[in-house]
Design a protein around this ligand. Structure first.
Ligand code: EPU
Length: 338
């Protein structure tokens, strides 16, 4: 296997931040993964997938394992449904396009999300009314300590909003190697309720949308307000939308009648962090090369040569300002390495 020392990770994180890895190895197979985990020469190991949900605020003093496991296969199928097993290193959006080609429904609302399949369960990726957990059957993960594969079904993953067991009690203990998804072959459940999708379909005079139409609508919406990491470094939403109590919500709503919100349950409301950040005057602002996207304040951007520390400083400044102004704590959605 080819282990390289002192490698730049600039092309391995969508923020495009210059940070170094002590060592770097590409993982192309499960047997190789087991061997790498046994390597005594590098006691510290670090898992890197698509690099689309990470802020590298310092160099990585570890052996970085770049998960490049590939393959999509049908493992179960009947007239109505299909179960796919997808290896962790497959690109998420390429998978979505592949399923649309085959006419399989379920992933269309999750079009154009950056990153790879293996990291999708960690934060239960979600957009436009659908979350990964809605189509997730199970995943296989290698236990780092034992080098053995373990299966996690939907319940075992303890999915929540941008959350799973892999961000909590299982954090740092497993490497997800494949994900199994259950998709529909006909009678697809279409999720068009999200306002922006409805508007986009109406604009294109589509009354009876297909899964492809929904995917195209989502792609158009995302492209209109989210920056393309190939053009400007970013990691999608940098913060999670905070969930606040009904009491806090009602107080704020009185002050700010235009406050947007999603009702979570009888006692809780989710507030778009992008709105809070915009209210604090950060939208489109730039501090050196670290900035806040001009069309969606939830997204931090690297205008060229921002360091991870500069972006982290900006994130902390935003958190403090939102906290002082609204008494609401917002926390990062991305994995911050500091
Ligand atoms: N808003 C503002 N200013 C902004 C941004 C948003 O006022 O700069 C307000 C607007 O009122 C807007 C509302 O926030 O109507 C909601 O905005 P948007 O539809 O863009 O959704 P979001 O809540 O900001 C979440 C996800 C996105 C996902 C969209 C659509 C999180 C942290 N983010 O954003 O996910 O695409 O909903 O479902 O939950 C990602 O995770 O990387 C991501 C892009």
């Amino acid at each position: 296997m080819n282990i390289q020392e002192n490698i730049s990770l600039k092309n391995h994180n969508t923020f495009g931040i210059e940070a170094k890895a002590k060592a770097f190895v590409e993982i192309n197979g499960l047997a190789q993964l087991q061997k790498v985990l046994e390597l005594k020469a590098y006691p510290n190991k670090f898992i890197l997938s698509g690099g689309s949900n990470i802020l590298l605020a310092k160099d990585v003093d570890a052996l970085v394992m770049h998960i490049n496991l590939k393959g999509i296969s049908v493992v179960e199928e009947n007239e109505d449904e299909v179960v796919l097993k997808v290896m962790a290193g497959e690109n998420w959006h390429d998978l979505v396009l592949w399923t649309l080609e085959k006419g399989y429904g379920g992933l269309e609302n999750l079009s154009l999300i950056p990153g790879n399949v293996g990291t999708a369960p960690i934060q239960n990726i979600g957009a436009y009314g659908v979350e990964l957990k809605d189509v997730f059957e199970s995943c296989a993960a290698m236990e780092i300590a034992a080098g053995e594969l373990i299966a996690f079904d939907n319940d075992a993953c303890k999915f929540g909003y941008r959350d799973s067991i892999f961000k909590n009690e299982a954090k740092g203990k497993y490497i997800i190697t494949s994900v199994s998804l259950k998709l529909t072959k006909k009678n697809h459940t279409l999720n068009t309720g999200y306002g922006a999708i409805e508007d986009e379909l109406k604009k294109n005079e589509i009354v009876y949308p297909t899964i492809r139409d929904i995917s195209n609508a989502v792609i158009a919406i995302r492209q209109s307000k989210l920056p393309d990491p190939k053009e400007i470094g970013n990691s999608g939403s940098f913060f999670k939308n905070p969930i606040i109590s009904k009491k806090t919500y009602q107080k704020l709503k009185k002050e700010k009648p235009d406050l947007p919100s999603y009702k979570v349950d009888e006692d809780h409301y989710k507030i778009p962090a992008g709105w809070l950040i915009e209210q604090c005057g950060f939208k489109g602002k730039r501090f050196g090369d670290a900035g806040v996207h001009e069309k969606q304040a939830l997204v931090l951007v690297n205008h060229g040569n921002a360091s991870g520390e500069e972006l982290l400083k900006l994130a902390e400044q935003i958190q403090n300002t939102v906290s002082q102004r609204f008494k609401i704590q917002i926390s990062p959605e991305v994995n911050v390495i500091k």
